[in-house]
Design a protein around this ligand. Structure first.
Ligand SMILES: Cc1ncc(C[n+]2csc(CCOP(=O)(O)OP(=O)(O)O)c2C)c(N)n1
Ligand code: SF4
Length: 274
């Protein structure tokens, strides 16, 4: 897509304090490129995060933003989008934030299919709190003193969970392939409904072995994006977490302001209108 707007206009004056080499830099840069491609006015964009290294991202943007509390980005983002449908809402955060303490909200936001985008920068570790195992850490990872023999717990599968919970756009990208990442973010924002973008985003400090991720990345799921749920489920069967692309995209009913108002109490204690 031809770039008419300068991506730098979406950056704030704050310099990111992420470790040099952190995958989150590429997500910030791709997000600003997507905003520019879509020519979104900064006043019409809000980026909402939880807590974690990745959740610092809104501070580095000149759009509206809200660095909320741990695991609650989607709650705040949902309320904002339902109240202000004219705003482009993007929620961002880490795998700990989104799949552990925020796991409940992840499932239900997929189910509600609210028209916004959720980008999870997954490094399979709690980066900010110094490297503990997260929900997406493999059970045999020995890198944390808290779990010296591994966590022993099978890793959470974000793509499967999003698909099973009703997300209408499910995709994965890699911070080491920023062009593709930008394409996916742009498509996710353009999508009408809840778009979940799982970004493999290395933590070079607590998981230095993730610097090798680039050697494992493979493009595409099955024959490409599908709107067939069964096919999408099948395409995930041989996924090892390193396939990138759009897995699933469909149109399904969106929960918006009208939907919320229709289902709310008209007069307190007297009637419901459905
Ligand atoms: C209620 C609450 N519990 C725990 C914490 C401590 N805490 C801060 S960030 C974090 C995990 C961050 O990991 P992740 O979301 O994966 O982000 P990353 O730092 O890796 O980008 C935790 C447990 C907190 N801030 N609030
Ligand atoms: S600790 Fe890890 S996730 Fe946090 S900024 Fe450093 S490299 Fe990135």
């Amino acid at each position: 897509m031809e770039q008419k707007t300068n991506p730098n206009q979406y950056k704030s004056d704050l310099k990111p304090i992420w470790c040099p080499g952190c995958g989150d830099f590429a997500v910030l840069s791709s997000l600003t490129k997507s905003f520019a491609e879509l020519e979104l006015p900064t006043k019409d964009v809000a980026v909402i995060s939880g807590i974690g290294c990745s959740s610092r991202l809104p501070a580095y943007l000149s759009t509206y933003g809200y660095h909320t509390i741990h695991g609650r980005a989607l709650c705040v983002a949902s309320g904002l989008k339902v109240a202000r449908d004219d705003i482009t809402v993007v929620a961002v955060g880490g795998d700990g934030d989104g799949f552990s303490i925020g796991g409940n909200h992840f499932i239900h936001t997929c189910r509600k299919n609210i028209n916004m985008t959720y980008i999870v920068m997954d490094n399979s570790v709690y980066g900010m709190t110094k490297g503990q195992a997260s929900p997406t850490t493999s059970p045999d990872w020995l890198g944390s003193k808290l779990t010296p023999h591994g966590s022993g717990v099978p890793a959470f599968q974000p793509m499967r969970m999003a698909l099973a919970s009703g997300a209408s756009f499910v995709a994965r990208a890699f911070s080491g392939n920023p062009k593709h990442l930008t394409e996916i973010i742009t498509k996710g924002i353009q999508h009408k409904g809840f778009s979940f973008i799982h970004v493999v985003s290395p933590c070079v400090t607590w998981r230095p072995e993730q610097k090798e991720y680039k050697n494992f990345i493979k493009e595409g799921f099955g024959n490409g994006p599908t709107d067939d749920h069964k096919q999408a489920r099948q395409n995930l069967l041989d996924d090892d977490g390193f396939r990138i692309g759009i897995l699933y995209q469909t149109r399904s009913p969106i929960l918006d302001k009208m939907g919320v108002e229709k289902c709310s109490i008209d007069k307190i204690g007297t009637q419901f209108s459905i």
